[in-house]
Design a binder for this molecule. Structure first.
Ligand code: SF4
Length: 281
């Protein structure tokens, strides 16, 4: 079988591909919705991006910002879920659009971090000016090499000395290599952003800020239940996008009407069990 990006799944619509997310499988497209979440105005939908279903979430971040920029609707802070967030997007959004991208970044997946975080790469001190890394035992790296990884992205490979690592008492907790510890670093801006975001996402401030993103799940639910967002009425990506835009306009009218009539925004429903969880002040 060819990959899903090439396989034709419907003789009526060759752009509709098979995709799956968690427990949901479908043939069709994906829609990414951006909405305002200010407390003192209706939560209008400001952006709609329709893509092939095989396109990953993080691949559309730049396109979403480009569209919002053309409409002069770029937010200062943009809350996105984990699928959209990479250190690269955080840096690029800040540099290219002056947008602070907020969302959970990926944790450090290394075995060192799982078993003994004292030896994860985050515990190594990086001196970018002198291109030297110091390990938790105070030894300095001996090789600093700029490379391009297999995805075509720049990285830095750092090697420690065999003589230091061979005699190190904590070696088994630090490396599986027969020779010496090696670490791979992203370029400075991305590396520092990732470290800073990993710390920030543990704070109460982040959790409180990020709670607001949950509102867009209600928007998707409203679109699906009230306006049939999940069912494409047309054939092809371009027309399906048009349907999504019309759906967003209708939702904005519904929201404006509710706002003018003083109907309060619905709160996210919680299970009885979740209601027992202590609230964030
Ligand atoms: S194994 Fe090498 S890099 Fe790791 S703590 Fe020991 S000396 Fe440092």
């Amino acid at each position: 079988m060819p990959p899903s990006t090439l396989a034709i799944h419907s003789p009526y619509d060759v752009e509709a591909h098979y995709s799956s997310k968690r427990s949901v499988n479908w043939v069709g497209y994906k829609v990414h919705i951006t909405e305002a979440c200010d407390q003192d105005c209706p939560h209008f939908i400001t952006g709609v991006c329709t893509t092939l279903s095989t396109r990953t979430d993080d691949a559309v971040v730049d396109e979403i910002h480009q569209t919002l920029s053309q409409q002069q609707l770029l937010p200062e802070e943009h809350l996105m879920d984990a699928g959209y967030i990479t250190s690269e997007h955080i840096v690029n959004s800040e540099n290219n659009y002056d947008v602070n991208l907020i969302g959970p970044v990926r944790g450090n997946p290394s075995w060192q971090n799982q078993k003994n975080a004292k030896f994860s790469s985050e515990q190594f001190q990086v001196d970018w000016d002198n291109q030297v890394v110091t390990c938790p035992k105070g030894h300095q790296s001996i090789i600093w090499r700029s490379k391009i990884d297999n995805r075509g992205l720049p990285v830095v490979h750092v090697h420690f000395s065999q003589s230091d690592c061979r005699h190190c008492r904590v070696r088994k907790q630090c490396t599986h290599s027969k020779f010496a510890r090696r670490i791979t670093l992203q370029p400075q801006a991305k590396y520092e952003t990732l470290q800073q975001r990993r710390q920030f996402q543990e704070t109460l401030e982040f959790k409180k800020l990020y709670q607001q993103r949950a509102g867009v799940e209600g928007t998707l639910s409203q679109g699906v239940r009230r306006l049939g967002l999940q069912q494409s009425r047309y054939v092809g990506l371009a027309k399906t996008h048009l349907q999504h835009i019309l759906t967003a306009i209708a939702l904005n009218w519904i929201r404006l009407g509710a706002w003018l009539s003083g109907v309060p925004q619905a709160q996210t429903r919680q299970s009885r069990f979740m209601e027992l969880k202590p609230k964030i002040a």
